[in-house]
Design a protein around this ligand. Sequence first.
Ligand code: NAP
Length: 284
Amino acid sequence: MIIDGKKVSDKIKSELKNKVYKLKEGGIVPGLAVILVGNNPASKIYVKNKQKACEEIGIQSRQYLLDEKTSQKDLLELIEHLNKSTQTHGILVQLPLPSHIDEFTVAQAINAEKDVDCFNASNVGKLILDKSNLLPCTPAGIIELLKRYHIQIQGKNCTIVGRSNIVGKPLALMMLKENSTVTICHSKTLELENFCRQADILISAVGKQKTIKADMVKPKATVIDVGINRNSEGKICGDVDFSGVFPKAGFITPVPGGVGPMTIAMLMKNVICAAELHLSSPLD
Ligand code: NAP
């Protein structure tokens, strides 16, 4: 069965619309500031998609499109200004940043309560301690998909291929919280196939097409494809050899239309959560 991330994300966005409506009744218009430094074409598309989602559900989105040569100091000053703004509940700095800007320093500069990507150390620490209000968007989107398709997580073997700070590591923590038995694989893992074949839930976040082939998948397993790649024809594809794996898997996400739309829906959820937190304890 194909897991339709687009359909689920549309449903979530319509649920979030009601929350935005209630916030507006209370005098709060949820606001997201999106900062893009430079002209990376993929980043431009991501920023546009995020703005479109904001418009759909009534979040006020403000874009800050900065020149490639913007200094780190100027970027940090803008973040500081947005940290203080009562109209801005979420701040997102689109990655990757130009090489003269340090991503860690930038993530740390964002007020933890406005860190809707959940990248700063305070929010990562809270995630480990199960104390976070804001959850990293892509991992949260994956867990939401599993739950909405009633795919059991508790007690299941989950293999995650990829250990990035954005996807693999936080996802492992969150799947652990859901009581699955988690294995994390990476580029130095020996005999990757064996770990993949043990998985009831196999998640690939590598960024290389055809990393996961049919002979690596347990029959009836759930296969979640996070990867976004381009094939030889220039078309978007995931990490999973979809046509080979589809007949063997129980559930599978397509690319596009699987995890991607869920990431944006979860970002919207975080902005609303940040606005609700602001309502209960205003920063200023
Ligand atoms: P990343 O930071 O480049 O991490 C890739 C991970 O894959 C690393 O841990 C790396 O291992 C591992 N890896 C590389 N080659 C491997 C191999 N042959 N076998 C096993 N593991 C291997 O990437 P990321 O930011 O996590 O993103 C991964 C993919 O997901 C990309 O295609 C990205 O565009 C996509 N993505 C999609 C969404 C979405 O919303 N759909 C969101 C975020 C990312 P080492 O640690 O050993 O180097």
